[in-house]
Write a protein that binds this ligand. Structure first.
Ligand SMILES: [Cu+2]
Length: 380
């Protein structure tokens, strides 16, 4: 039955195309001039189409700005984010002005010098003055932009020797993130994919003294106003650690460690009061309310209202669940941050706990694990 339907559709499509080609032939036959060479009328049509096309570009640009302009990233939440945004704005404004003028000139001249019966094009092999103008101007503008970009990038990537930083590792794998805090020694212990076993999901080398106080978590807490030095690793394929609100992104490459450092300047609680974020959250909740009504009508539970949180997202299409590869980032006061870190268990304690012999359920024994103690301290 299905194949019969497909056959009928194919036959009807064939008939439609055949009829269309007949119409096309009829219209061209009507023309008094059936020569393949363009006449003045054809050239005029093409000339005006050039104007129509540049008009389309301008209208679509304005439409895009009005319709999607509010999707640009809002207030930057990191120290370098302000410089980053300035670089972006300046580059975009220059591109915008240059493209508006050059597109107009390109299409205007295509119209002005459209073909005319008997008219021959002016031809000259080269013009040093013209070549000078269209080489030197772009060279100056582009060199300026590139130098400004390099200067900004170097400033962003520069971590002074001896500068006070908090060392955190971001570990990417299909399809989740984990973070490792370096503990009281502020030094990340060695790690290798060969050590990955059970709860030691990051392959932390537990024989390394620096690894004893390392803590592995699935939610990122960072203190406001302190420089965080991230080191990224990947377990499987290429991922990208993208923290859009902080204007930070770095690839996570299997077999190597990449880095990015930034200082968060706005806490999560403060950002929730940012007017642009309030508007965005309201927009999202409007869509969610509509979706909820549909779900409730089907007898399913409604969606929770959305509240703003900073996110760490994967920005490399790394597989089927790439879209869902994200964790929350909480920017808080230093006191809250310290309190939270203290509450987390060290990976050494977690491994020890997981490998401890199971206690007879008939005789329950209360085991108290002091998360503030490192493995080395616990062994002593
Ligand atoms: Cu990914």
């Amino acid at each position: 039955m299905n194949s019969l339907l497909v056959l009928i559709i194919v036959v009807l499509l064939g008939v439609a195309i055949w009829q269309l080609s007949k119409i096309f032939n009829l219209t061209t036959e009507k023309s008094s001039d059936d020569s393949e060479i363009a006449n003045d009328r054809d050239n005029n049509v093409n000339g005006y189409l050039m104007f129509a096309f540049v008009g389309f570009i301008y209208i679509f640009t304005i439409y895009s700005l009005v319709k999607w302009g509010h999707f640009v990233l809002g207030t930057p939440a990191s120290e370098h984010g302000v410089d980053y945004d300035n670089l972006m704005y300046i580059s975009m404004v220059i591109i915008f002005i240059v493209q508006t003028i050059t597109q107009f000139l390109l299409h205007y001249f295509a119209f002005k010098y459209r073909g005319k019966e008997g008219q021959k094009a002016l031809y000259f092999a080269d013009n040093n003055k013209l070549e000078m103008i269209w080489t030197v101007i772009p060279v100056i503008v582009l060199a300026g932009l590139i130098l400004y970009g390099l200067y900004t990038w170097n400033n962003i990537m520069n971590v002074e020797k001896g500068e006070e930083v908090i060392n955190i590792e971001l570990y990417a794998k299909q399809f989740s993130w984990e973070a490792r805090y370096s503990g009281e020694d502020n030094t990340l212990g060695k790690a290798n994919v060969r050590y990955i076993k059970d709860v030691n999901t990051l392959g932390v080398d537990l024989s390394d003294p620096a690894a004893q106080d390392d803590k592995v978590v699935t939610e990122l807490h960072i203190p406001v106003g302190k420089k965080i030095h991230f080191r990224m690793r990947s377990q499987d394929v290429l991922h990208s650690a993208y923290m859009p609100h902080f204007r930070a992104q770095m690839n996570c490459v299997p077999g190597m460690v990449t880095e990015f450092a930034f200082t968060p300047t706005i806490t999560t609680a403060e950002m929730r009061n940012d007017p642009k974020i309030i508007a965005k959250v309201a927009d999202i909740n409007k869509i969610r309310a509509k979706k909820s009504a549909e779900l409730v009508a089907k007898g399913q539970p409604a969606l929770e209202p959305y509240t703003f949180d900073y996110l760490l997202l994967c920005n490399k299409i790394c597989g089927a669940s790439h879209y869902n590869m994200q964790i929350k980032i909480i920017v808080e006061s230093e006191a809250d941050y310290k309190k939270w870190v203290k509450e987390q268990k060290t990976i050494a304690a977690q491994v020890k706990e997981a490998s401890a012999p199971k206690v007879d359920p008939a005789a329950p024994v209360e085991v108290v694990v002091d998360s503030t103690k490192t493995m080395a301290q616990a062994v002593k």
